[in-house]
Design a protein around this ligand. Structure first.
Ligand code: EPU
Length: 428
């Protein structure tokens, strides 16, 4: 098992380039199944969650060819299997998107339930509500979710909770249904808009993505297209926070600044300077961060996927801050790890009270999940001494070349693998 070893105390300075968005890629890649000819998808991040989707696409019978490092040609014409097995779904939350995609294409899907990060209950009742409204029958058979439909017909679905996953799945299945589907109380995240743009570029007729009412007029056929995935707002946000926490000066390239507004607003409140260009943001910080309160909410609120990273910045802030989680039931498991490094965090239900300390001290910690892992990296970067982070397979799910990118801006971070003779350094 690999670990990260971080020697903290260095300011991050320089430039970093953000990769394609994980949560857009894991929706767009399964949606390729709806096309009746090959698609070229660019800006695909090289992360394990995406590789798991590409593997599942191949297993289903799609021809997947890597044209360049981040460009793939996917020919779904040969797909006739509707089963995504437990082995194929293992570890990926987005396996459920194969339900919408296979239902849309073959009117039939049998998919192992989603795995992924343990950040609280991860139900799919709203996805199922949408499929049923479209005319599918959904059952559970030997632990697999089975969806079948003679035909899919347009419908009206009101989501009881704002769910990214349910919005994605219903959009994908409805793109090939007969008639108009309306999703009310839909998620508004940038990756929802990206998926709609992708589907529209295949010939779908989707309006309103990015608002809470999305209208999908089903079409007979969708054809292959070329499409480039948007930059990852959470990866960008993570580097923004890392820059501020280390009192650094970092230009983060290949971003859509509008997607980073809530994060930038909170960083400004904590004392950072943020300069925005067309496709970059520059974060500079010349002092210890100030306290501020944060509450996570669906987009355009402050993203839950930035909560652990931001809390880490507040752990070294001047004063006491309150962080409230408004999306997931349990997303504070990382707090205990931060206390091992000297942080003063008290978790009370959905809130954490964080009294900033002058400095954290390096310690052995683990990545409880993907974003918790990113938080441990930031903690390691600001801490005095050495921090060893285990369970980094979570981090590999969502951060492409994190060691290389951080090293380029001056961090001292290494990937180390355990072997029978002790530690050996692995090529980055
Ligand atoms: N929910 C339900 N029923 C459902 C679906 C969701 O009650 O059928 C609840 C969840 O329990 C949660 C809330 O609704 O409390 C929001 O869940 P949502 O469906 O929006 O989350 P998701 O689609 O499973 C995506 C991202 C997560 C991100 C959330 C919220 C992907 C692959 N994952 O998850 O990203 O935290 O939206 O923005 O898009 C991450 O990248 O680290 C990550 C966890």
């Amino acid at each position: 098992m690999d670990k990260f070893v971080v020697n903290g105390g260095r300011r991050l300075c320089g430039e970093v380039t953000v990769s394609g968005a994980k949560n857009a890629a894991v929706a767009i890649l399964p949606a390729v199944l709806l096309a009746d000819s090959p698609c070229i998808i660019e800006n695909v991040p090289d992360i394990s969650d995406v590789n798991a989707i590409l593997y599942a696409l191949r297993e289903l019978g799609a021809e997947v060819t890597q044209l360049e490092r981040t460009t793939f040609r996917i020919d779904p014409t040969g797909v006739n299997s509707f089963v995504v097995s437990k082995e194929m779904a293992q570890g990926m939350r987005a396996s459920s998107y194969f339900l919408g995609a296979l239902l849309g294409r073959l009117r039939r899907a049998k998919v192992a339930p989603p795995g992924g990060c343990d950040i609280g209950l991860r139900p799919i009742d709203q996805h199922i509500k949408g499929f049923e409204a479209l005319g599918a029958k959904v059952t559970i058979d030997s632990g697999m979710v089975v969806a079948k439909a003679e035909k899919l017909g347009g419908c009206s679905v009101y989501l009881d909770v704002v769910s990214v996953g349910a919005t994605v799945n219903i959009m994908i299945a409805a793109a090939r249904a007969r008639g108009m589907t309306v999703i009310e109380n839909a998620a508004r995240e940038p990756h929802i808009v990206d998926l709609a743009n992708f589907l529209n570029s295949m010939g779908a007729d989707i309006m309103g993505a990015g608002t809470s009412v999305i209208k999908i007029r089903g079409v007979e056929r969708l054809s292959g297209t070329s499409y480039s995935i948007i930059p990852d707002q959470i990866e960008a946000g993570t580097y923004m926070v890392a820059a501020a926490a280390t009192q650094g000066d970092v230009v983060i390239n290949n971003v859509i600044p509008k997607h980073l507004e809530s994060n930038a607003a909170k960083l400004r409140e904590a004392g950072a300077k943020i300069e925005e260009g067309d496709e970059y943001v520059r974060v500079t910080m010349d002092r210890r961060p100030g306290k501020c309160n944060v509450k996570t909410m669906p987009h355009p609120g402050f993203p839950t996927d930035m909560q652990p990273q931001f809390a880490t910045l507040l752990a070294i802030a001047n004063g006491t801050s309150i962080v409230t989680e408004g999306v997931w039931d349990s997303r504070f498991r990382y707090a205990e790890q931060l206390t091992f490094m000297g942080a003063d965090i008290q978790v009370d239900g959905k809130s954490a009270i964080i009294t900033g300390v002058e400095r954290l001290k390096g310690a052995p910690v683990k990545a409880n999940d993907l974003r918790a892992g990113a938080a441990m990296i930031i903690a390691g970067l600001v801490a005095e001494g050495e921090t060893e982070i285990t369970d980094i397979e979570y981090i590999d799910r969502g951060y492409e070349q994190v060691v290389e990118k951080l090293t380029a801006v001056g961090a001292d971070i290494k990937r180390v693998s355990d072997d029978e003779y002790g530690y050996s350094l692995k090529a980055n």
